[in-house]
Design a protein around this ligand. Structure first.
Ligand SMILES: NC(=O)C1=CN([C@@H]2O[C@H](COP(=O)(O)OP(=O)(O)OC[C@H]3O[C@@H](n4cnc5c(N)ncnc54)[C@H](O)[C@@H]3O)[C@@H](O)[C@H]2O)C=CC1
Ligand SMILES: O=C(CO)COP(=O)(O)O
Length: 459
């Protein structure tokens, strides 16, 4: 049976009291019998017919059902902790529970600006660098209980007592709903969602250390951008290999500098997941007036965009460090965007993802904006500093450095064939520069002079 709701939608999980024979009769016959189709009735008549109880459902039976229906929400609530949906943590109720009369219908949960979640989310952020802190701050603004798992006791105490991190984003004040700890068991107890913000090269070791403490089915949102150097893995591979396939993962990317987020400046990001419901749930949890969240199911496209733009930002920085001019930077970034898209397609990504926030958007922000650490790394490299010296003098991560060589290895593995460097001249040049085989000037001038620039539109 179906219920015709007042708003015109039909809910498959509820009932209609229309007689089956009446629903199946052709309209002309119904009119002749004086029983027009509900859509042809006046509103009052429609309402009356919706309540009309035919002889096949005795009124006594309906009355007997009333106490059962009335207590259904309470029964659902009582059983919630015992229900273990396949893909989700027990604290995230299954869709059928969310459809209990106590909860708004699913479209309300998914679309409402002020999300009326039917359970209290509790987040744990892994990684206390700039971006982990920015997301904890964002969640704190929404009064969502959030624990940051740090390695430094001193930093954790500073967050808990002074409500700020002494080193990163030190101007940002954390609300009371945010706390920090170095105790992984404490941080992961009762968690409903995990944000993974550990740099890619340290992710596998970090996750292996704590995987036994992460409750089954708790979903993980990764914000790290890069390719693991020794395995050529993306974060989606690392997460599945360390935390298993039996949970949902999502990936956040887009132009989103931590420093701007904690200043409350307008930001737009993409959350990609093959679990559409998780992507929409995270969208509703994270979004706010100044923080827009879009959803995508193109996980590989979003991951490739985030990893490759860091490499291209190093090239943009080198152009600046070498004073090659704006024309050269723009040419290299445009051509690099083509290579990003080409490789993404090879990996199975959608072409359109590279025109969006997690592709072109993040590429522009990182290559031309003043805040990028990858771009800053490239500037120093272009001015003549050595890779090792820059890395040794920096306490913040430039993911593009390790990713550059891993990216070329991954391209070779996926493309196969001869002279792949001709298809990806910019990626190959950056990897050669970072591994010390070419100087920045040699590498970039070779690209600019050697007819290596490609254009998506013109030949
Ligand atoms: N900072 C930003 O604005 C954004 C960063 N991201 C991404 O977020 C991820 C994290 O970057 P940030 O938070 O910026 O890092 P960060 O550069 O601010 O800090 C480095 C982090 O690495 C940790 N770390 C260093 N050595 C480690 C080790 N051996 N094991 C475990 N952790 C170690 C430090 O404790 C610190 O949390 C990166 O993949 C980055 O690309 C993404 C979007 C924006
Ligand atoms: O990914 C980022 C912004 O979207 C941060 O880039 P950097 O790591 O180069 O600072």
């Amino acid at each position: 049976m179906e219920l015709d709701r007042a708003d015109g939608h039909t809910d498959s999980f509820s009932f209609s009291w229309q007689r089956r024979d009446q629903r199946q009769q052709p309209r002309r016959l119904r009119r002749a019998l004086g029983r027009p189709h509900p859509s042809e009735q006046k509103p009052e008549a429609h309402a009356a017919s919706a309540l009309h109880v035919g002889p096949r459902i005795p009124q006594a039976l309906l009355l007997a059902l009333v106490p059962f229906v009335a207590t259904l929400p309470l029964v659902c609530e009582a059983f919630r902790p015992h229900m273990r949906p396949v893909q989700h943590h027990p604290m995230r109720p299954s869709l059928s529970l969310r459809r209990s009369p106590l909860c708004p219908p699913p479209q309300m949960i998914l679309n409402a600006q002020e999300f009326p979640l039917c359970y209290p989310p509790r987040f744990t952020v892994l990684g206390g660098g700039n971006f982990g802190l920015a997301l904890a701050w964002l969640l704190g603004q929404k009064k969502i209980p959030t624990t940051i798992l740090l390695r430094s006791q001193e930093y954790a105490e500073c967050i808990n007592t002074e409500r700020r991190h002494p080193k990163y984003l030190s101007d940002a004040r954390f609300p009371e709903s945010v706390r920090a700890t170095t105790d992984a068991a404490d941080a992961l107890k009762d968690v409903t969602h995990i944000v993974h913000a550990v740099p890619v090269q340290f992710s596998r070791a970090t996750l292996n250390n704590i995987s036994h403490l992460i409750p089954p089915n708790v979903p993980v949102l990764s914000v790290s951008k890069g390719i693991e150097a020794n395995t050529l893995s993306l974060m989606s591979d690392i997460l599945e290999e360390t935390l298993g396939k039996n949970r949902s993962y999502a990936f956040l990317s887009g132009p989103s500098f931590a420093r701007e987020i904690v200043r409350g400046l307008a930001t737009g990001v993409v959350v990609a997941s093959t679990d559409k419901r998780l992507a929409r749930e995270l969208q509703n949890i994270l979004r706010g007036e100044m923080f827009q969240v879009f959803t995508s199911n193109d996980v590989i496209g979003v991951e490739i965009g985030g990893a490759v733009k860091n490499v291209l930002a190093i090239a943009a920085g080198m152009c600046e460090g070498l004073d090659l001019g704006t024309n050269a930077i723009s040419g290299i970034v445009t051509s690099g965007a083509m290579e990003m898209r080409r490789f993404g397609r090879k990996m199975g990504a959608k072409a359109s993802t590279f025109s969006g926030l997690s592709g072109a958007g993040d590429l522009f922000g990182t290559c031309f904006g003043p805040l990028s650490r990858n771009r800053a790394f490239g500037v120093r490299l272009g001015r003549g500093e050595k890779v090792e010296d820059i890395l040794a003098s920096s306490s913040e991560v430039a993911e593009g450095v390790a990713t550059a060589t891993a990216l070329v290895e991954l391209i070779k593995a996926k493309e196969g064939g001869y002279r792949i460097d001709l298809k990806y001249p910019i990626m190959f040049a950056i990897a050669e520069i970072i591994s010390g085989h070419l100087t920045p000037r040699e590498g970039l001038e070779e690209v600019m002079k050697g007819n290596s620039l490609v254009d998506m539109v013109y030949t």
